[in-house]
Design a protein around this ligand. Structure first.
Ligand code: NAP
Length: 295
């Protein structure tokens, strides 16, 4: 038996299922999947980073949020704690090594270990073209978007939960759910560059290379390194694009997406990449862009 849907989707017909048969299974609750885990997230007082922090905390993790401005950190921590979530925070400009050390030591002193490092902070000084970009723009983009995530992994590694490295690994070992993971935030432009973004495209493609390289280097320790590549997501960062109707429409037509995404649509992917469900996935990038920019 089918039920017609009214409204804009009226061409759809849904099977009519008695309510009693639509109840969820007992034990199907997925919340708490990251209980007792500690997640450190850069660039997480707003936008995609904040949505990731919120989602990981809702999944049970203690989250440490961070960004450049103390008032933003305070606001984000307050918002998360106001929801009853376990959160703390500190200032960390990812381009400043001292700040990065402070962020890592906050986590290690308070908790003794780090399970997940999520590098969401990024910068995009509009260059309009790749060859027209100044040395300063190149340095800034590569420093914040590529070098900083690598530096943070290096600083966090001594506190990350790892497997004991053995000369002969146990090839039949079961996945160890305690082991740590890293997630970088790249962009769909890593695969489908947008001309005016110039060096930003290049930096986000480099981040895919960093993901693959570190996945190999850290595999013997059991650490998985993966990446999220969002498309156009409605945040302050991308305002310059989604507020420009002509630019937006041109981009949508060229790429084939039909709406602008939401930060929460990125957060679920990161939750999956931190969860035991992705225990055999490393060196991968998951695109969340409403279109497919690669083969
Ligand atoms: P957003 O809404 O502007 O939020 C950026 C966050 O990062 C804020 O919390 C900001 O807080 C912080 N931040 C900025 N620069 C930082 C720095 N140098 N060090 C530490 N924290 C910093 O941006 P978003 O759209 O969520 O972007 C997040 C990431 O997603 C970026 O890596 C971006 O490249 C990527 N991305 C975004 C889109 C999109 O359409 N939005 C698409 C693809 C990829 P403070 O101001 O307090 O520092």
């Amino acid at each position: 038996m089918y039920r017609a849907v009214l409204g804009p989707q009226r061409h759809l017909f849904l099977p009519v299922v008695p309510f009693s048969r639509r109840m969820s299974s007992a034990g199907a609750e997925r919340r708490g999947i990251l209980t007792d885990k500690v997640a450190l997230i850069t660039g997480s007082t707003d936008g995609i980073g904040f949505a990731i922090a919120q989602r990981l905390a809702r999944d049970g993790a203690h989250v440490i949020v961070s960004s450049r401005k103390q008032e933003n950190v305070d606001r984000a921590v307050e918002k998360l704690q106001g929801e009853g979530l376990s959160a703390s925070g500190t200032v960390c400009h990812v381009g400043k090594e001292e700040d990065c050390k402070k962020l890592v030591s906050m986590a290690s002193e308070k908790h003794g270990f780090i399970n997940f490092l999520i590098c969401a902070a990024g910068v995009n000084p509009l260059a309009w073209s790749t060859l027209g970009a100044s040395e300063d723009i190149w340095d800034k983009v590569m420093d914040i978007n590529v070098k900083a995530p690598a530096r943070l992994v290096k600083l966090a590694l001594p506190y990350m939960v790892t497997l004991e490295e053995k000369q002969k690994p146990d090839i039949w070992a079961k996945p160890d759910p305690r082991v740590s993971g890293v997630v970088f935030v790249s962009s769909a432009v890593a695969y489908a560059p947008v001309t005016p973004l110039g060096p930003y495209n290049v930096s986000k493609t480099a981040l895919l290379g960093l993901t693959k390289t570190l996945a190999l280097e850290l595999a013997p320790k059991g650490i998985r390194v993966n990446c999220l590549a969002p498309g156009l997501i409605k945040t302050n960062f991308s305002e310059v694009i989604w507020k420009d109707k002509n630019f937006l429409q041109d981009m949508m037509k060229r790429c084939g997406f039909t709406r602008v995404g939401l930060p929460e649509e990125c957060a679920g992917v990161v939750s999956f990449l931190c969860s035991p469900d992705s225990s055999y996935i490393t060196g991968e990038t998951i695109v969340a862009s409403g279109f497919s920019p690669r083969l």
